[in-house]
Design a protein. Structure first.
Length: 414
């Protein structure tokens, strides 16, 4: 089995195991904060709230603006960025791990799958770790492809949801007479009343009610992953990340500054307008049932999500290269990304659920996102404080310890 080598990789160009790539840590830290902003609307039940209940909240106008902001600047962009980083992480491990890299990587994915399952079933159903772990097993196949093949596969995977949606639109138009008449609706309107009662109990009941509601949400979550065709979107960014390591961009970003500038401009100039088009399209047409208007939104997302994510990643990387201190504090958050991500779920579940502060369905998008911003603001100094004393975040230590199956000191050596 032949795996494509990374230029400058072992033995001459391999990075020392303890050397970190500062730009990747910063991008990862900002991405995990952006994921929290997107997830905050789900943590507090905003996405499941009826239109009547949402209108009765204290700041409905601010909530509508926050939702529009989330659709244009947040939705899909930060999980795409994190997916890109996941593929980069795989490529970096290949350059550092020697002959055992793939064996260790698969073990690492099995541990991640276990952590994700505990998170999804017992804490919060919106977990992304299981999906990443499952799709991550395919990367060993992509590692045998050429650089050109990786780019072709990236385009194919990112285009696939649009092509499948086009097929769905045509079939729906022929069979059910569907078309542009499908107006956008509230997601809660499509949920059976008995399910809505279970969701309402998340914010009013005890731990058992929260667990039942979470399991129900988990089932719907995985149905949504299939319906929204999330798998090829995530995998396409994985593959692009592997390519970025292959050509040296991820390992030595300062050597590719001109390329990063071009892609940052392209990401913003094309990606941002595409996201605006997508947001406006889905204000008028729903994703389901399939419609020609919905196709406009899906196609715009297929362009806008990855391009703006690339624009974000390149812009942040350039700021790190140029020594901009504004983004530097996010490096500590990025080094503890798994711990911080899981902390989001624990803190927000405590704030939202009935056994805690019961904010479920009591706050709108603006307040939910403000809570997310506040949590990230706390995590920045806490992560820095922790890493001054310890080598790894708590969950990073668990993940690494189970992967390597060897004693692993937590405290920094003085």
């Amino acid at each position: 089995m032949v795996y494509q080598a990374v230029p400058g990789a072992q033995p001459d160009g391999v990075l020392p195991v303890r050397e970190r790539i500062a730009a990747l840590d910063v991008v990862r830290g900002i991405a995990v904060g952006g994921i929290l902003l997107a997830n905050s609307l789900v943590f507090f039940g905003v996405m499941l709230m009826t239109a009547e209940r949402a209108a009765a909240l204290p700041f409905p106008a601010a909530d509508r603006l926050a939702e529009l902001f989330e659709h244009v600047f947040v939705e899909g962009k930060f999980y795409s960025t994190f997916s890109l980083l996941f593929g980069i992480g795989f490529g970096v491990q290949l350059t550092r791990g020697g002959a055992d890299a793939l064996v260790r990587y698969r073990r690492r994915l099995r541990v991640l799958l276990l952590i994700g399952a505990v998170h999804a079933f017992l804490i919060w159903a919106g977990d992304i770790l299981m999906l990443y772990a499952i799709l991550g097993f395919t990367l060993s196949w992509f590692a045998r492809r050429t650089d050109a093949d990786l780019l072709r596969w990236t385009v194919r995977l990112l285009a696939l949801p649009t092509l499948l949606y086009l097929v769905a639109v045509v079939v729906y138009a022929l069979v059910a007479g569907g078309g542009d008449t499908t107006a956008a609706g509230n997601a809660a309107g499509d949920i059976p009343p008995e399910f809505m009662k279970r969701f309402e109990a998340i914010g009013t009941g005890g731990p058992v009610d929260a667990l039942i509601g979470n399991l129900l949400f988990l089932a719907g979550r995985w149905v949504n992953l299939f319906v929204s065709m999330r798998f090829p979107k995530v995998l396409g960014m994985f593959v692009l990340g592997l390519w970025a390591v292959r050509v040296g961009i991820a390992l030595r970003p300062a050597d590719h500054r001109a390329l990063l500038v071009r892609w940052a401009r392209l990401g913003w100039m094309i990606g941002l307008p595409a996201n605006v088009i997508a947001a406006l399209a889905f204000l008028k047409w729903s994703y389901l049932s399939p419609s020609w208007g919905g196709l406009v939104g899906v196609a715009a997302q297929a362009i806008g999500f990855p391009l703006l994510a690339i624009g974000y990643a390149c812009t942040i990387t350039l700021m790190v290269i140029d020594g901009r201190r504004l983004v530097a504090p996010f490096a500590a958050v990025g080094r503890m990304a798994l711990t911080n991500y899981l902390t989001h779920s624990i803190v927000c579940a405590t704030l939202a659920y009935g056994f805690g502060f019961a904010l479920w369905w009591r706050v709108g998008a603006a307040t939910a996102m403000a809570i997310g911003v506040g949590l990230v603001a706390v995590q920045i100094p806490v992560s820095a404080w922790w890493l001054r004393r310890f080598q790894f975040g708590p969950m990073e230590w668990v993940w690494r310890r189970l992967t390597y199956r060897q004693p692993l000191p937590m405290r920094r050596m003085i």
